[in-house]
Design a protein around this ligand. Structure first.
Ligand SMILES: [Zn+2]
Length: 481
């Protein structure tokens, strides 16, 4: 009999998917969500006292500009022109907190994220390859806001079971080939859903084999079979191994075994080290440009491989890293840009802001301006109708909502890595992330009231602490697969 064509394989796979399942985020052709955030800012007259304070603050933070005009200096000026009205006044007419800063619009953001889990208008077809991501962003955002997600448990399991591939890992959509990015998002979502039904829906044995196929002879990991090798690959693999308590050894069928590799960690430490660039940040792969999200992935890997104080100080130039991270925070914007000479963007509130708890566990210093980041998120990143955004003038989306809120959490909470933590969880391979704990609220120079404070977020997994601990504990108690 002739081998099945790719088309036939994909069709059969689609037919296998349960038609009557209780999935979330199906496509429909309802109207797109629309926002007024593109509306021009109006001059609202003389400054009121809280605005006067903000104007003094902004002027104090304003850098000195030179006369050289370039494409990027003009883009920066245009961005600043858009953001300044939000830092100085309150064009969205939000109620203000005791610092004269917009309050966290908790209910509006909850509503926005719940909508994000619902059916989508036709314009969202591009998200067809990012279904697990949409689920993850919405759930993670809701948990940061303190919203109970237990109602979604079965829907999460049904949706993600249908994107799990028979040969291991998760695809971005129904019938898609597996890829590490949706695999990462699916596993974190199922950990948040909790319950043995959610955990057991993950085929850990085929997943372990799939992860093994990503290992490369130089120590890094590809994102898919035949796909690009970059530091996201390493981070996604280590997150899965750690949360699901999978073996350190490469499976027997891992192609990298032919090059002498025996474990997932072989040569990975030096590969990550080679991703740190001359600027100090971490790049996608050796020789590329330092970038905020890749830096978070690199630090996340090192925090899974061992205590941050050991792994980071051993494999990274920490002063260079700290300098690079610090220079990504804009003044007077307060938010972060992802790369040198780029514009502030709310998602880097997490990709860079979330690096600080990891770095601070390695160097014991309070190194960043948490208050300025909080100011950017509350004043400039909250959309009038709910959801958070890159910057004023941009639409809110689940991705920016999730990562602005995670960044706000990083600014508001302190975390501690405790090597001597005596609990039973996290004793085996990749157990380091289970030694973190919350260490109270940041009480320095802050711009938020108690009601603007969001929940703690696990600094490595970016899900609630309890969700990460319960998932690992469940699989530690289980023998084999
Ligand atoms: Zn962004």
């Amino acid at each position: 009999m002739a081998a099945k064509s790719d088309d036939e394989v994909a069709r059969t796979r689609l037919e296998e998917l349960r038609l009557d399942s209780n999935r979330i985020q199906e496509l429909s052709d309802e109207e797109l969500y629309t926002s007024d955030s593109n509306a021009d800012y109006e001059d609202l007259g003389p400054a009121i006292p809280s605005e006067a304070d903000n104007i003094v603050y902004v002027n104090r933070m304003m850098p000195i500009f030179d006369d050289l005009q370039t494409e990027t200096s003009r883009a920066q000026q245009q961005t600043l022109d858009k953001i300044l009205p939000y830092l100085e006044g309150n064009p969205s007419n939000f109620p203000l907190n005791s610092f004269g800063i917009p309050k966290l619009q908790r209910e509006k953001h909850v509503k926005f994220l719940i909508q994000g889990l619902g059916d989508k208008p036709a314009a969202y077809t591009t998200l067809d390859a990012a279904r697990p991501w949409q689920v993850y962003w919405c759930l993670a955002g809701l948990t940061v806001l303190g919203h109970d997600i237990s109602d979604y448990q079965q829907k999460i399991i049904d949706t993600l079971t249908d994107v799990q591939h028979p040969e291991g890992g998760y695809g971005g959509g129904f019938g898609h080939l597996p890829h590490l990015a949706p695999t990462y998002a699916a596993i974190l979502s199922l950990a948040m859903a909790g319950s043995s039904a959610a955990y057991e829906s993950i085929n850990r044995r085929t997943l372990w084999h799939y992860l093994g196929r990503m290992k490369q002879a130089d120590g890094g990991f590809t994102m898919a079979v035949g796909g690009e090798e970059d530091i996201r690959g390493a981070f996604c693999v280590l997150v899965a191994l750690s949360l699901l308590n999978l073996p350190l050894d490469l499976p027997p069928d891992a192609p990298a075994r032919a090059q002498g590799m025996t474990t997932f960690l072989d040569k990975l430490d030096e590969w990550i080290s080679r991703c740190q660039t001359y600027e100090g940040g971490i790049s996608a792969s050796p020789g590329c440009e330092a970038h905020g999200a890749y830096t978070f992935c690199g630090l996340g890997c090192l925090a899974i491989m061992g205590p941050p104080r050991e792994t980071m100080n051993k494999y990274l130039d920490m002063p260079a890293l700290i300098r690079w991270l610090s220079y990504r925070q804009g003044a007077p914007e307060g938010g972060y840009a992802g790369r040198t000479n780029k514009l502030v963007d709310g998602c880097y509130s997490h990709w860079i802001g979330g690096c600080w708890p990891l770095v601070e566990a390695a160097v014991d210093k309070n190194l960043w301006n948490r208050s300025a980041l909080g100011r950017y998120i509350l004043s400039a990143a909250q959309d009038e109708k709910g959801g958070l955004r890159d910057k004023p003038g941009m639409r809110p989306d689940a991705y920016h909502t999730c990562y602005n809120l995670a960044g706000l959490s990083a600014a508001q909470h302190n975390y501690k890595f405790d090597e001597k933590m005596t609990g039973d969880v996290g004793k085996g391979s990749f157990g380091a992330p289970f030694h973190w704990k919350g260490d109270g609220l940041f009480e320095g120079d802050k711009v938020w009231d108690e009601e603007d404070v969001v929940e703690e977020v696990h600094p490595v997994f970016v899900i609630p602490f309890e969700a990460a601990m319960a998932c690992r504990e469940y699989f530690e108690a289980k023998d084999g697969f």
